[in-house]
Design a protein around this ligand. Structure first.
Ligand SMILES: Nc1ncnc2c1ncn2[C@@H]1O[C@H](COP(=O)(O)OP(=O)(O)OP(=O)(O)O)[C@@H](O)[C@H]1O
Length: 337
């Protein structure tokens, strides 16, 4: 499937062609925030982005999302355990981990695809057990998956409004409000930083990074408060990854709480405010940015991967199971930066 679009189901009111008044108010608030934002890619690269908005958004009140000792078991298999993590408006929480670390399981819990079996999951301080992706969406949690379906030959604006088309007229005289959908698509994508000359262009002609941008803009437009980005840079080259990192900061500056899933500390560090490190379904660290350097983050990730590889090799040759377990449980020694 093409990389790109977002898992945003049509909202009942949107399907009728009328978005809630609240959305317009949110959108205008977002416009102000976006205009005030002076994000530059140079800042992204150096990690010197201002977090003024993030600071102010955190004054008082519960977290947008919070996991406390959260976990998920499938029968006897513990896929994830003991995860503590917070997501706040105007902040980027990065989740780092290699294969089998539990990243997908975590996304599934937050996006309402699987219920957690242990610990607490709170939304705005309310303990919750999400039953479906629809419920997550209704609570403002949207997920952009790397491999989500877009219809490559359809225009960008059609993909943007897919399943939530705006209409005009009434009864038998109802028709698609094409001009309005084109106008909104262009405007919303521009707010995220891409000036699309022609929204009639098939979305398949956009680069992977640009498609991610359209997906994020779509989630923002349809009212997302928390945005899960599932490895958005995984399939991209250096330049396109930089483009996507910039969109992440745009989304943050528009007041979203962003959950950025990645295995790349070099992508996470410049944009992240907090870092959750997962390994074999367990949290091996949760840091505020001020408490960890890029070198330390990289060492944690690399050390974890190397030890896991070693344990795997030993397993293949029928090594001592206790030793293998000890290697897997070993703390990674982090050199001081
Ligand atoms: N439905 C399931 N039933 C049983 N075990 C599962 C299920 N889903 C995941 N697991 C196990 O849970 C652990 C974490 O898997 P998960 O897919 O969350 O990791 P991941 O970090 O997303 O890995 P990857 O990057 O390879 O997708 C793995 O050991 C996996 O085998």
């Amino acid at each position: 499937m093409e990389p790109g679009l977002v898992q945003v189901l049509p909202r009942p009111d949107a399907a009728a062609g009328h978005h809630r008044q609240l959305d317009r108010e949110e959108a205008s608030g977002a416009e102000v925030m976006a205009k005030n934002s002076k994000t530059r890619f140079d800042d992204v690269k150096t990690g010197s982005i201002s977090t003024d908005l993030a600071e102010t958004s955190l004054i008082g009140g519960p977290h947008l999302l919070s996991l406390k000792g959260a976990g998920k078991s499938y029968g006897n298999i513990i896929a994830l355990s003991g995860v503590d993590m917070d997501v706040d408006s105007g902040r980027v929480t990065c989740v780092l981990g290699d294969n089998g670390a539990g990243k997908s399981t975590l996304i599934k819990i937050i996006a309402g695809r699987h219920e957690h079996t242990d610990g607490e999951f709170e939304i705005n301080g309310e303990s919750i057990r999400l039953k479906s992706p629809r419920e997550a969406l209704d609570r403002g949690i949207a997920a952009v998956y790397q491999d989500l379906a877009v219809v490559p030959l359809m225009p960008i604006w059609r993909n943007f409004f897919l399943g939530s088309e705006l209409t005009t007229g009434w009864g038998p005289f109802t028709s698609l409000n094409v001009e309005e959908m084109k106008r909104i698509t262009k405007k919303e994508v521009l707010e995220m930083g891409i000036d699309l000359r022609n929204v009639d262009q098939p979305i398949g002609q956009l680069s992977g990074g640009e498609r991610q941008c359209v997906a994020i803009a779509r989630a923002v437009y349809f009212g997302a408060k928390a945005l899960i980005l599932d490895e958005p840079t995984a399939a991209l080259g250096v330049k396109q990854s930089g483009v996507v990192l910039r969109y992440i900061l745009r989304a943050r500056d528009r007041g979203l709480g962003v959950i950025f899933i990645t295995h790349n500390p070099h992508h996470a560090f410049p944009v992240g405010d907090r870092f959750l490190l997962l390994k074999r379904g367990k949290s091996i660290g949760y840091y505020e940015k001020k408490d960890i350097t890029l070198n330390e983050l990289t060492a944690q990730m690399a050390g974890g991967a190397e030890l896991e590889e070693l344990a795997h090799e030993l397993e293949q040759i029928g090594g001592d199971t206790r030793l293998i377990e000890e290697i897997r449980e070993a703390e990674v020694v982090v050199p001081k930066a």
